[in-house]
Design a protein around this ligand. Structure first.
Ligand SMILES: NC(=O)C1=CN([C@@H]2O[C@H](COP(=O)(O)OP(=O)(O)OC[C@H]3O[C@@H](n4cnc5c(N)ncnc54)[C@H](OP(=O)(O)O)[C@@H]3O)[C@@H](O)[C@H]2O)C=CC1
Ligand SMILES: O=C(CO)COP(=O)(O)O
Length: 452
């Protein structure tokens, strides 16, 4: 199946199908005539598809370079330091990324910076929406950000490989796709306030068929071909939306920001970092709960709460940032972002009025947009996604830190900014924590990381 590519994107082809790896030599000759391919994989993805691709290249007389294979352990992370190391390795060659989100991001960024004229991505799991996007989600000097870089020229996904990927990776992809529901709600909020207006073409790329792609979790659990294809198609379409929009707003809202804080804090469960999609699953439930609690209030009730809430001065905000993130590698970045977007005085009052005026519109849009919390949780549970903070190694303090810190690290207007500006951040967080949305946190005594 040729996955449709919106006009004007860098990506030239995206194929999901049976036995597609054999087409790789022809694709390489078409887009990179006369150049030498080099596979970048890790031990797991080498076994899943890398060796097969190398054999196909050799059999086709393409004389591929020696593959670059990362060990399976310690697990590879999307850290910019790997990009620095990879750049000289891929320079002058055609990089062929064989792997999932991390390998793809490392190859995407290093190919771009080494000027290879693009790269070929061979996806090995339906675990993320990043294959088709034009950014790489990387930790740069301790700060998780999306680094802008060219998208792959071609993406191939072989059914036999992606549909046999480990179920936790499939579930992670489902959660990354389900996150687009709540990320869309965040965009509705920003649009209703005139801060980030919708781009209809981008919006439709993600949201038009989203409920259909997500609608058969049982089929995904059973690895039914149509349901699996829908999952991959949805993730690919979302990546294309990021590529088209030139940033990740169509794919990410508060739920991703929570996940970034937890990733930067290197949370672990049983000694392993939970996957991107698993952190996003808990983030998606958390953001849904925050939105449900917030918009359960009428405009009048929210106005009364906001009127009684004191404003936060730059010095007070700075103290909050220092207290929460001081000593972490992302402290300085957070100061720039969070102080930069802080509203005070007349500007804050004007924003509060604007929010209250747009309240009925936001309520109506979010009611249509959001999946009920219980249904979202049921689907995640069915697929084996985490649904409780303890499932991804969070104690109560770390969960709170994710929410408070998420509001400090990105200049993207979400429910978190709205709550902060209304002076209702702590109130709504306390409600979510006390009303049974979550019941299992890691006991503080078991959290040995960083002396939390
Ligand atoms: N650029 C963007 O727009 C986006 C980027 N991301 C980023 O993607 C990263 C997460 O990617 P994700 O795919 O979840 O995880 P990883 O790429 O980190 O892979 C997790 C594990 O799965 C293994 N694996 C992959 N495919 C197979 C397979 N077919 N069979 C067996 N094992 C397999 C990998 O092996 P091995 O370790 O050997 O590779 C690895 O051990 C994060 O850094 C996230 O921020 C996420 C969304 C969007
Ligand atoms: O992970 C992403 C989308 O799934 C990228 O989003 P961010 O903008 O939060 O980095």
């Amino acid at each position: 199946m040729q996955i449709p590519i919106p006009a004007g994107l860098q990506t030239r082809m995206c194929v999901l199908g049976d036995d597609v790896l054999k087409d790789i030599p022809a694709i390489l000759r078409q887009y990179w005539p006369g150049k030498t391919p080099k596979i970048i994989a890790d031990a797991n993805t080498w076994a899943a598809a890398g060796q097969a691709v190398q054999d196909i290249l050799c059999a086709a007389g393409m004389a591929p370079a020696e593959p670059h294979i990362y060990p399976a352990q310690p697990m590879l992370h999307g850290d910019y330091r790997h990009v620095v190391a990879l750049k000289p390795i891929v320079r002058g060659l055609v990089p062929v990324a064989v792997g999932s989100g991390t390998i793809n991001d490392l190859v995407k960024c290093s190919s771009h910076e080494a000027g290879t004229g693009g790269y070929l991505c061979v996806a090995t799991a339906p675990s993320v929406d990043g294959y088709t996007s034009s950014g790489a989600a990387l930790v740069v000097d301790g700060f998780k950000k999306t680094v802008s870089c060219d998208a792959p020229l071609a993406i191939l996904a072989d059914n036999a490989v992606v549909s046999q990927a480990p179920m936790p990776m499939v579930a992670a992809g489902y959660a990354d796709l389900a996150a687009k529901i709540v990320a869309g709600a965040d965009w509705h909020i920003a649009d209703a306030l005139g801060i980030t207006p919708h781009d209809q073409v981008t919006w439709d790329m993600v949201q038009k068929d989203l409920r259909q792609w997500l609608g058969n979790p049982q089929g995904i659990l059973e690895r039914q071909s149509e349901a699996m294809a829908g999952l991959f198609l949805g993730l690919a379409a979302t990546g294309f939306a990021m590529q088209y929009y030139h940033e990740s707003r169509p794919a990410s809202g508060a739920e991703h920001l929570f996940s970034h804080i937890w990733e930067m804090d290197e949370i672990e469960v049983n000694g392993e970092a939970p996957s991107h999609g698993f952190k996003v699953a808990v983030g998606t439930l958390l953001a849904t709960a925050l939105m449900d609690e917030t918009f359960a209030l009428s405009a009048d009730a929210m106005r009364a709460c906001a009127d009684a809430a004191p404003e936060v001065s730059p010095a007070e905000r700075r103290a909050q940032i220092d207290a929460l993130l001081g000593g972490s590698s992302f402290h300085v970045g957070a100061i720039d972002v969070a102080i930069g977007k802080l509203l005070t005085g007349a500007a804050l009052q004007a924003r509060r009025q604007q929010i209250i005026a747009a309240w009925p519109l936001m309520q109506q849009r979010l009611e249509q947009q959001l999946l009920p919390y219980a249904e979202l949780r049921r689907r995640f549970q069915l697929l084996g996604c985490p649904v409780e903070p303890a499932d991804i190694g969070l104690d109560e303090a770390e969960l709170r830190k994710g929410v408070l810190g998420a509001a400090m690290i990105r200049n993207r207007y979400t429910i978190l900014d709205l709550l902060f500006e209304l002076g209702q951040f702590d109130v709504m967080l306390d409600r979510v924590m006390s009303k049974g949305y979550f019941t299992r946190w890691l006991p503080k005594a078991e959290n040995h990381r960083r002396g939390l």
